[in-house]
Design a protein around this ligand. Structure first.
Ligand code: URA
Length: 485
């Protein structure tokens, strides 16, 4: 048995070095025990690689894998190092495409860990609250305008301090600050970012004048008529409340929301602000004409409904002009809207992997959407997807019909209920009829399956694995018909 002792926290460099040695010595994952410092002192040192092994070239590792490992190792799972090495072993022992297997248990566990670490990092960026501490008289203040130091206390769920600290350096370059956490503390003195041991909550100040600013700000953006306690708690989970000054207000704001809303309903209407007149719709009836390239150009200026206005651009379909298979999604998302291409965001990445696993090459498919503009509501700095209504879908349908007429695919796969209700039947029962073939009079065959975003929304790993496998299975059935044709 080989024993590897690593530093507390996210010791990516230590893991990488040890994993390289173990790999060169051909030590399989089940023969390695991974420990973090502290436990290690009681155990023998781990071996150095043999001279023979050191002479062998290290295997090449894809950058995507290393990125995934960097996130995985920040996770608080005590078995993360073992999992990371097992994945590395498999990748270098005949499973080069391992990361594409989205239903593999190890890959899923690593991807979930990556997601949790990303979420925790996001929460840290959102919920760190600095408190001002005046440095003692006579203490050097360097380039700073005043002699303040800002200190924050934060309790991350994972080992993310080193990873997130550069964000605060960029954001608060002109301040001297420290972020204290139970396992590590980060310090910025205006020039250098450094790290020290963890701290306790008592090491951080408990109140300062900035608290009032937070509370005033929070109370003024709180809209009692739009109170959704569950959504609020998932955005700002209760575990962070104890360190957020504004969280003290939440119970009373919730309590008062209903009487305040009723009072708003009772109150006299105020005169709305004058708005600019909306530009006229150029044409409510869209009339696409010409080749696929010409359609794409015309669609750029479509004003068939009002969705063009807030959206960045029309996202038209793409793919070979005579693809045998057409995939139809719902509407572009945030990233598609910015890039002008369908399915390139998170749902698109999941789709690409599932296609690969089913033996379908995206480059040979035509991929489009039932609606060509992103519909959203603004939520803080985020744009949140909103389903297009029946009228917006109707206004967009001529584009989809024209795409189908030009491409003439043999098979159409509807991703989700919106596509299916536009192409198969208005009240298409997706869950009852997914995976079944339908046929148009001209011979085109259609099938509907779930939308990849549905899979992304499944939080429970077992349910996500099961549904993803069923999705890949639907794609395989499409692939089979294509190869048989
Ligand atoms: N979801 C869709 O339905 N289409 C896209 O292009 C992206 C996400």
């Amino acid at each position: 048995m080989r024993v590897v002792a690593l530093k507390e926290g996210a010791d990516f460099d230590g893991w990488r070095q040890a994993a390289r040695t173990l790999l060169l010595d051909e030590v399989p994952p089940e023969k390695v025990t991974w420990l973090v410092t502290g436990e290690a002192s009681l155990l023998p040192d781990h071996d150095a690689p043999t001279a023979q092994a050191s002479a062998r070239p290290a295997p090449r590792i894809p950058a995507e894998f290393l990125g995934l490992m960097q996130s995985l190792i920040c996770h608080s799972d005590p078995q993360r190092y073992g999992l990371a090495y097992r994945l590395l072993w498999r990748l270098t022992h005949g499973e080069r495409q391992l990361l594409q297997l989205i239903t593999d248990a190890d890959v899923m566990r690593a991807r979930n860990a990556e997601k949790n670490v990303r979420r925790d990092s996001h929460k840290m960026k959102a919920f760190v609250r600095f408190r001002e501490v005046k440095a003692a008289d006579g203490e050097p203040v360097g380039a700073f305008a005043n002699n303040s130091v800002f200190i924050a206390w934060f309790e991350p769920s994972h080992y993310i301090v080193e990873r997130v600290a550069p964000f605060f350096v960029r954001r608060f370059t002109g301040m001297r600050w420290s972020i204290l956490t139970p396992y590590r503390s980060a310090h910025w003195d205006g020039e250098t970012l450094s790290f020290s041991a963890g701290a306790t909550k008592a090491d951080a100040p408990s109140e300062d004048v900035l608290e009032d600013y937070w509370r005033t700000y929070y109370a003024s953006i709180f809209n009692p008529a739009r109170l959704k306690v569950q959504a609020m708690q998932s955005e700002m989970p209760v575990k962070y409340w104890k360190n957020l000054p504004e969280a003290q207000l939440i119970p009373s704001l919730i309590r008062e929301a209903r009487p305040r809303t009723l009072a708003m309903v009772e109150a006299e209407a105020t005169t709305p602000k004058k708005r600019f007149a909306a530009p006229e719709l150029r044409s409510a009836v869209v009339q696409p004409q010409g080749s696929l390239a010409e359609l794409r150009a015309q669609a750029r200026d479509c004003r068939g409904c009002a969705l063009w206005q807030p959206a960045t651009q029309t996202v038209f379909g793409e793919g070979p002009e005579h693809a045998q298979l057409m995939l139809v999604g719902e509407q572009p998302g945030d990233q598609e809207d910015l890039a002008g291409r369908p399915f390139i965001g998170p749902a698109g990445r999941l789709l690409d992997k599932a296609l690969l696993e089913a033996g379908l090459d995206r480059k040979t498919l035509y991929v489009t959407n039932a609606v060509k503009h992103f519909k959203f509501t603004a939520r803080n700095i985020f744009r949140q997807h909103q389903g297009a209504n029946a009228e917006e879908q109707r206004a967009c349908r001529p584009w989809l019909q024209a795409e189908i007429q030009r491409v003439r695919p043999k098979l159409i796969l509807c991703l989700g209920a919106t596509a299916a209700s536009n192409l198969i039947a208005a009240d298409f029962p997706l869950l009852a009829q997914r995976g079944q073939w339908h046929r148009w009079p001209d011979g085109t065959q259609l099938m509907a399956t779930v939308h990849p975003s549905y899979l992304l929304r499944l939080k429970e790993p077992a349910a996500r694995a099961r549904e993803t496998a069923a999705f890949v299975q639907d794609l395989r059935r499409v692939a089979e018909i294509l190869t048989a044709a």
